[in-house]
Design a protein around this ligand. Structure first.
Ligand SMILES: NC(=O)c1ccc[n+]([C@@H]2O[C@H](COP(=O)([O-])OP(=O)(O)OC[C@H]3O[C@@H](n4cnc5c(N)ncnc54)[C@H](OP(=O)(O)O)[C@@H]3O)[C@@H](O)[C@H]2O)c1
Length: 261
C-alpha cells in the first residue's frame, strides 16, 4: 500500500537514506531540512522523484515548523509515518557551555519533534492511526562527555514518545524510538561547540560506523514490525548493557573517555 512518509533531516545521512529506502518501497516521501539544494539531490536519488516532495523547514524555528506542517497537512491530508530524524550533535564540556547552546540543541533535537508530532497526530487519529519514529541515540540512555545537551535532548525523547504510545496505542498510533550508535554520517562535522560554531571534525569512531543505508534498512524493518525501541549499534551497544546492569563499570569507563571519541 502506498504510504505517505514525512522525514525531517532528509538532506543528509540517515534521513537521506530513509528517503531513498521508502521511495524504493513505493511510498510518497516528504523530505524536510534547511538545505534545499541537498534535498533536491536526494530527491533525484529516489526511485520515483515525482512522488517525492520537498518541504523546507528550520527545526530551531517554530514559525518555520508551523508553515511546513500547514503545507504538508493541506497538501497531503494525512501523514502515515512521521520520522523525527533531523538533529545536531554537540562537542563541548558542561562547565564551558553557555545555556543558549543547551537551549538550541533542545529546540532542534527535542522540541521540533514534539511540535511536529502534535501537528500530525489529529489527522492520524482522524484517519484511524499512524506511526511516529523518533531518532534518539545510545546517549539517549546514558550520559557521555561533551554531549550534555545532546544526551539530555535524546533522553527527553524517550519520555515523550513512550507517553505518546501509552496514551494513544489503542487508537492506532505506533511509535518506534531508534537508538543508533556510531553511524557513518556528517553528524560530528556539524556538532555544536561551546561558542556555537561547528566542530568541523570527522570523529574517528564516526568514520568507522555503520552505513546510513544499513541503519535506514533497520529502521524501516522495525517500523514494519511495530518495534517500540531499537538499537542500531556495533560494539558500542556494550555501553548500554554496562549502564543498565553494571553501573559501576559504566562510570569507570565514561570517566576515561577521550575528546573526539
Ligand atoms: N550519525 C550518528 O552516529 C548518530 C548516532 C546517534 C543518533 N544520530 C541521530 O540521527 C539523526 C540524523 O543524524 P545524521 O547522523 O544523519 O546526521 P547528518 O548527516 O548531519 O544529518 C542531520 C540532518 O538534520 C538536519 N538538520 C540539522 N539541523 C537542522 C535544523 N535546524 N533545521 C532543519 N534540519 C536540520 C540536516 O539538514 P540541513 O543541514 O539541510 O538543515 C540534516 O539533514 C540525528 O537526530 C542524530 O542525532 C546519529
Amino acid at each position: 500500500m502506498c504510504k505517505t512518509v514525512w522525514i525531517t533531516g532528509a538532506s543528509s545521512g540517515i534521513g537521506a537514506a530513509l528517503a531513498v529506502r521508502y521511495s524504493e518501497m513505493g511510498c510518497r516521501v516528504i523530505m524536510s531540512a534547511r538545505n534545499v539544494e541537498r534535498l533536491e539531490s536526494v530527491r533525484q536519488q529516489c526511485v520515483n522523484p515525482d512522488n517525492c516532495f520537498i518541504v523546507p523547514l528550520d527545526l530551531s524555528d517554530q514559525t518555520s515548523l508551523a508553515y511546513a506542517a500547514d503545507e504538508v497537512l493541506s497538501r497531503f491530508c494525512k501523514v502515515d509515518i512521521l520520522i523525527n530524524n533531523g538533529g545536531i550533535s554537540q562537542r563541548s564540556m558542561v562547565a564551558e557551555t553557555p545555556i543558549d547552546i543547551d537551549r538550541r540543541v533542545m529546540e532542534v533535537d527535542y522540541f521540533s519533534g514534539v511540535y511536529l508530532t502534535k501537528r500530525v497526530l489529529p489527522s492520524m487519529l482522524e484517519h484511524g492511526g499512524g506511526h511516529i519514529v523518533a531518532i534518539s541515540s545510545i546517549v539517549g540512555v546514558f550520559g557521555f562527555p561533551q554531549r550534555s545537551a545532546y544526551s539530555a535532548a535524546k533522553h527527553a525523547i524517550h519520555g515523550f514518545y513512550e507517553t505518546v504510545w501509552a496514551e494513544l496505542h489503542d487508537r492506532g498510533i505506533g511509535i518506534t524510538i531508534v537508538c543508533p550508535g556510531r553511524i557513518m554520517t556528517d553528524i560530528s562535522l556539524h556538532a555544536l561547540t561551546k561558542d556555537g560554531t561547528e566542530h568541523g571534525i570527522m570523529d574517528h569512531a564516526q568514520q568507522h560506523g555503520i552505513s546510513a543505508r544499513t541503519c535506514a534498512n533497520r529502521i524501516v524493518r522495525a517500523v514494519e514490525r511495530g518495534r517500540k525501541e531499537i538499537y542500531v549499534c556495533q560494539k558500542d551497544i556494550l555501553m548500554v548493557y554496562f549502564h543498565r546492569y553494571m553501573r559501576w563499570f559504566y562510570y569507570a569507563l565514561v570517566s576515561k573517555v577521550k575528546p573526539n571519541s
